[in-house]
Design a protein around this ligand. Structure first.
Ligand SMILES: [Zn+2]
Length: 374
């Protein structure tokens, strides 16, 4: 489940600091922002599921270490920069607009000359929105996959995209556990690949992102090829055998902490040969994680993508509750969590068309995850 703190006012940290590009503050913007559920970089991860909110704004632009970059700000939001495969919206407040302009100029110079990474650019509107570059690789290149972060940094945990525009992301988890494999072996008619979901997505030309477990890919190579062959679909990582990275997590068996990194790395290796739209997005099984699990992912250079609309399709006994859960929770920037594990999510396909119709009626447009963060 997504754990989000209730919105309440808290202490403010309005520093603008130029330092390592690895660090990005967690925050949740009041109106626009990506919800980043965990801090990354030098200050270490937050508690699992913690949302750093706009009322207690913590905004830091890490870009070079210049003292000129350290300025307090209040009551104004700024566009700090946006490069690389992922961006994070955030707010800042400028106590004195004049100082803000001076500080922005100095910060611009400091950041540009010291790191060459994020290129700040002033926004004309006084109500502009602060955006900082996400924890991308220090030297972005065309080879960088969506969601890639600097290896060695604790990955960011993202709950949703920008709350502006009309974009939403439909994501489908392809769970597979050893228990599910045994059930398949005992009953060959059992399928954990819901091809009807894919049929609907393809027929309607709907983009989607699929979080694949390694065992699912190995069980359904043909379906994986079909997903990879569709340019509207992105492929992401959901561990190898869907074990709990934090216990308890529903009825999932725990994975040993020492195996976490290799498990996720191996899953990327299983998915990669299929090509298509590969990413460095990762989702925890059951959305369960803690600080140790996040640290285990640090060497892999990933972005953890959870979601803000949980459809509840694995336990649904009819389509309507799934449709209701999605359409009552979805809004611009939402990441909807669904499944294509037919035998234990039997109504996802039946719910999908009404969901697509409802999104269209609300003026919302499904996009791949990387487009949501663009
Ligand atoms: Zn799952």
């Amino acid at each position: 489940m997504i754990k989000q703190s209730p919105l309440r006012r808290g202490p403010r940290d309005r520093r603008t600091r130029c330092s390592s590009p690895a660090a990005v503050a967690g925050r949740r913007s009041r109106r626009y922002g990506v919800t980043v559920l965990a801090l990354t970089g030098g200050r270490g991860p937050t508690a699992p599921g913690r949302t750093v909110r706009a009322a207690g704004v913590t905004r830091r632009s890490w870009c070079g270490g210049s003292p000129a970059g350290r300025r307090r700000s209040a009551d104004r939001r700024r566009w700090i920069g946006a490069t690389g495969p992922r961006r994070v919206w955030q707010h800042a407040r400028v106590r004195n607009p004049g100082i803000f302009v001076l500080a922005a100029g100095l910060l611009l110079t400091a950041c540009t000359s010291s790191s060459g990474a994020s290129q700040p650019a002033a926004r004309p509107s006084s109500d502009a929105v602060v955006v900082t570059a996400g924890p991308v690789t220090a030297e972005p290149s065309s080879a960088v996959l969506p969601g890639a972060t600097r290896p060695g940094s604790v990955p960011p945990v993202v709950g949703n995209g920008p709350r502006i525009g009309n974009r939403v992301a439909l994501t489908f988890d392809a769970d597979m556990t050893d228990t599910m494999l045994r059930r398949m072996a005992a009953d060959p008619t059992l399928s954990f690949a819901n091809r009807k979901v894919i049929d609907i997505l393809e027929r309607t030309g709907t983009p989607a992102t699929f979080f694949l477990t390694g065992e699912w890919v190995e069980a359904y190579p043909d379906v994986t090829r079909r997903l990879a062959g569709n340019p509207a679909f992105e492929l992401a990582n959901h561990t190898y055998r869907h074990q709990a990275f934090k216990s308890p997590c529903y009825s999932l068996p725990p994975i040993a902490p020492a195996q976490m990194t290799e498990d996720v790395a191996h899953t990327f290796d299983v998915i990669a040969p299929y090509g298509g739209r590969q990413t460095r997005y990762f989702r925890f099984p059951g959305l369960c994680y803690d600080d140790a699990a996040l640290r285990a992912l640090a060497p892999l250079g990933v972005t953890v993508v959870q979601g803000d609309v949980v459809s509840g399709d694995p336990n649904a006994t009819a389509a309507q509750p799934i449709v209701h859960a999605v359409l009552t929770g979805v809004r611009p920037g939402s990441i909807v969590v669904m499944h294509i594990t037919e035998a234990n999510a039997r109504f996802t396909d039946e719910a999908l068309q009404p969901i697509l119709d409802g999104l269209r009626a609300r003026g919302l447009r499904p996009v791949p995850l990387s487009d949501l963060f663009r």
